[in-house]
Ligand binder design. Sequence first.
Ligand SMILES: *[C@@H]1O[C@H](CO)[C@@H](O)[C@H](O)[C@H]1NC(C)=O
Ligand SMILES: *[C@@H]1O[C@H](CO)[C@@H](O)[C@H](O)[C@H]1NC(C)=O
Ligand SMILES: *[C@@H]1O[C@H](CO)[C@@H](O)[C@H](O)[C@H]1NC(C)=O
Ligand SMILES: *[C@@H]1O[C@H](CO)[C@@H](O)[C@H](O)[C@H]1NC(C)=O
Ligand SMILES: *[C@@H]1O[C@H](CO)[C@@H](O)[C@H](O)[C@H]1NC(C)=O
Ligand SMILES: *[C@@H]1O[C@H](CO)[C@@H](O)[C@H](O)[C@H]1NC(C)=O
Length: 457
Amino acid sequence: MRLAMRRIIVFVIWWHLTLPLASQSAWQQRFLNEVNSTALQRSSAATPKLLARLDGADTRAFLARCCPEVAQWPAADLAETLRQNLRAAEVVSGFSSEVNRSFFSFSLSEAEDVSHYENLWELWMRNHAELSNYSVGMDWVETNFYGFKPFQEPAYPKSMEEARERSAYFLLNSLRVDVGSPLYGDITVVLLPSFAHRVSVISPLDSGSWCGFCHQCFQMPTPSYSHNCSAWSGPEGLGTFQALDHLLGINEAYWATPEAFLHPLGRLLGSATFTGEDLVRYFEVMPAAKIEFPQHVKFVIAAFPSLFGTMRGERVRSWCRRNGWLLVWSLGLNVGFSTDHGMPHFWDVRHKGPFLCKQRLIDPVLLESAQLNATAASEDLTAFAASWRQMSSLRAATLQPEDFSAFWTALVANLSADLQIEAVRPSCDLDRCMGVTHRGCLCRMRSEDEGMRTWTV
Ligand SMILES: *[C@@H]1O[C@H](CO)[C@@H](O)[C@H](O)[C@H]1NC(C)=O
Ligand SMILES: *[C@@H]1O[C@H](CO)[C@@H](O)[C@H](O)[C@H]1NC(C)=O
Ligand SMILES: *[C@@H]1O[C@H](CO)[C@@H](O)[C@H](O)[C@H]1NC(C)=O
Ligand SMILES: *[C@@H]1O[C@H](CO)[C@@H](O)[C@H](O)[C@H]1NC(C)=O
Ligand SMILES: *[C@@H]1O[C@H](CO)[C@@H](O)[C@H](O)[C@H]1NC(C)=O
Ligand SMILES: *[C@@H]1O[C@H](CO)[C@@H](O)[C@H](O)[C@H]1NC(C)=O
């Protein structure tokens, strides 16, 4: 009987993890297959170029500074480690809890209500947003560059179903920024890797900037980032998680600076710093599927300066608890401002940094409910709650970045080291593990483990 139960549970988990096809339309599956088959050819054709780049004198000199353990490795080993680290990098998006009707993301209230991660078109339709030539530019880039299904009337979806076959914008956190993507808002959603890897198309660059810089889709801020429109014409540059060697060369040629290649390399293989300018040079990740809550999200990151000790922070915690997600706090860029959209834009942080951004703390309250192979000590729960109340009253005055930074340091010192966590590494089970603490990978327990986690499907 026990064995039969166990088999059923294992089957249900297997079914649950292999189900995402149900989240994809036939059109999306076909589209993804086409992108993937081209990408596989492009990627293998680009491998010799990637190996040569890794053997470049500037790469080796850079590695000797940031990442001495790997600086002498043969290029083929470096390339394989780089691919593994790119696949282990978090696929993130997010939203702003500060504003209710940001043009670029849903609000906290909407997040609490929806059953899946909505893309911008769904959001705009639902909110009857005024569509401008910004949305015309986005429609152009999504159909002509990505190859997503055109709407019957360009830039004006007629139904939520039509809107849903587009994709939400995610990015690959290859800089290993602690807060995920500060540029999407103060709440970051990290996708379940196996899901992201199975359904995503990857762009070698931020398609919005490219559309603006090279195709006059929209007005770009000045002064501009260095870029080279003739380095890349667009079509056929897409990749997938199984075929991405070509993306690195395209990204570097387009942004026209070796930093585009070296800085993520140094973050993935060691712990180099990065600057605000690096944040624009990400790979964009477009999941061609419906991203369902809670199963396609691995965990959530909240920006400490914006949310710790606030009512909104309480709501984010409840949202995570209800969905069974771990919540991780991070100090993030801590630049001391957001904008009308509830996030700093790329250009606002361009001259900021260098950043290290590797400070994350597990919310001990959520650790209790997330069924991981660690539990929160009662002293940690007490200290955390005391800090929360303290920060809550401090917020009566206007706090500066240095106040947040000092408070964060004091909070870290008051908690056990078990709560400090870094982004997951390729050596951890990517789906089950949230990151690495001083005790090793912090992971969801397997159903077979004693004291087992009960799965609700
Ligand atoms: C957003 O909406 C919530 C109610 O859901 C309200 O409490 C809050 O004040 C609003 N925030 C802003 C910035 O308007
Ligand atoms: C791409 O093709 C490879 C080789 O057939 C396959 O293993 C992989 O799952 C495909 N990726 C996607 C996203 O379809
Ligand atoms: C977008 O709107 C701005 C301001 O109204 C205008 O200057 C620009 O030419 C428009 N661009 C396109 C592509 O329509
Ligand atoms: C821009 O790209 C083209 C095509 O690859 C190349 O010939 C040219 O040298 C590049 N220009 C700069 C300034 O990097
Ligand atoms: C850390 O603990 C000390 C001693 O209990 C307390 O005075 C201080 O307020 C705490 N600070 C934070 C940020 O938790
Ligand atoms: C948690 O589980 C993972 C994978 O099973 C293991 O590698 C890791 O050491 C465990 N961590 C702790 C703190 O027990």
